[in-house]
Write a protein of this length. Structure first.
Length: 391
């Protein structure tokens, strides 16, 4: 498992369970009083921990998930039924995996010779938060309604994700390590792991947004206030927000269709040509941006020039709808999540795909069980660059 750098940054609180369960979250045994709006959680009442094929809900029932040493890999105690579709090759009821592995493609080469990735995925308006094996089998899933637009696996094997009404960290056994509830009327769509905690993006009506930095015990450490002119609603503001190694913040605005870089005082340093879902500061100083309903992905250099771009109709079989989550792999390839929720994605297209720098498709995700994937993190050992995850 990969250690996080500043590219990749933990809160605590009581609040509504995103699974819809009505029982309150028990108190955890963590020390220290939680910060305002945040208390530590206990056992999560929602979602079944199942091992299942990619074809749907795990038919094998609850399994004894374990972690292996420091890697935290979930080990299934039972195998689920159902057809598996996706990255590992053609599957019953599922659809074929992506293009054959070519030189320069990252990930594991399966028996078929095709590129395969182990990953964690989140969704918007349908699907689970899931940990998916390289062969396409769902190792772990957490079912919830609504949105989970930023999901990660931590070095200890836990899964952390934002779920619109808050953010939380779950163990493989689905115990809540912490839960941060968004204040009434606000939304949280981002939960970036930092070396010593997490960064949340908390958006309120009226164009007010807060970047909340919390420590690994869930205590609030820092708040950056960002005000947008006009009356932008909570839903029209942040999707994924990111702290850079320079100490600045990259924020995206769904309704403005612009990404911005701000300093620790919330002052705008620069604006990008587009940006509705995520902006990522790369190792070389360039910024990779997904542009939502502009149907494109751009890479912008420090001078503001677009140095690489993927447009709507450019990739055969992968017409861009809402360009959502991104990840730049160590080999230079780019993972693009192609969210279909606003239309523009023909039926049967992959949920995500991997492009080389010269725009060859070397991997595709086509797993109906994951439904409306909006973001994913490739977990392969060779995905990170010098220990950093760029997503």
């Amino acid at each position: 498992m990969i250690a996080f750098t500043l590219l990749g940054f933990a809160p605590a609180c009581t609040g509504s369970d995103p699974s819809g369960a009505s029982s309150p979250l028990p108190q955890a045994g963590s020390s220290g009083a939680p910060s305002a709006g945040a208390t530590a959680g206990g056992t999560s009442p929602g979602g079944d921990l199942n091992s299942s094929g990619g074809g749907g809900a795990g038919a094998a029932g609850a399994l004894g998930g374990t972690t292996s040493g420091g890697a935290g890999a979930v080990t299934a105690g039972a195998s689920g039924a159902g057809g598996m579709a996706g990255s590992g090759g053609a599957a019953a009821g599922g659809g074929a995996a992506g293009a054959s592995g070519t030189a320069g493609a990252s990930g594991t080469a399966g028996a078929s010779g095709k590129v395969e990735h182990r990953f964690v995925s989140g969704m918007s308006d349908g699907g689970p938060v899931a940990l998916v094996a390289a062969d396409g089998q769902i190792e772990w899933q957490y079912d919830l309604t609504g949105e989970a637009n930023d999901a990660w696996q931590l070095p200890n094997g836990d899964i952390v994700f934002a779920y619109k009404a808050g953010a939380r960290e779950l163990t493989p056994g689905k115990q809540v390590v912490w839960n941060y509830a968004a204040p009434a009327g606000s939304e949280i769509h981002s939960c970036q792991p930092l070396p010593d905690g997490f960064l949340l993006g908390e958006a309120h009506d009226g164009g007010t947004g807060y970047l909340r930095e919390l420590d690994s015990a869930g205590k609030l450490q820092k708040t950056v206030t960002i005000q947008v002119a006009g009356s932008l609603g909570a839903h029209g503001q942040f999707r994924e927000v990111r702290k850079t190694s320079q100490g600045t913040y990259l924020v995206t605005y769904l309704d403005l269709g612009k990404a911005r870089e701000v300093d620790a005082g919330g002052n705008v340093l620069r604006e990008f040509p587009c940006g509705s879902f995520v902006a990522i500061r790369l190792k070389d100083g360039n910024t990779l941006v997904s542009c939502g309903d502009d149907h494109r992905v751009v890479e912008v250099d420090a001078q503001g020039s677009v140095v690489w771009e993927v447009t709507q109709q450019e990739i055969p079989g992968n017409q861009l709808g809402f360009a959502a989550g991104l990840q730049r792999l160590a080999n230079g390839n780019t993972i693009i999540c192609n969210w279909p929720g606003h239309g523009g994605v023909p039926a049967g297209q992959p949920q995500a795909f991997e492009l080389t720098r010269d725009k060859r498709v070397v991997w595709q995700l086509n797993n109906p069980a994951l439904k409306l994937v909006s973001n994913l993190e490739v977990l392969d050992a060779d995905a990170a660059l010098d220990g950093a995850v760029y997503r």
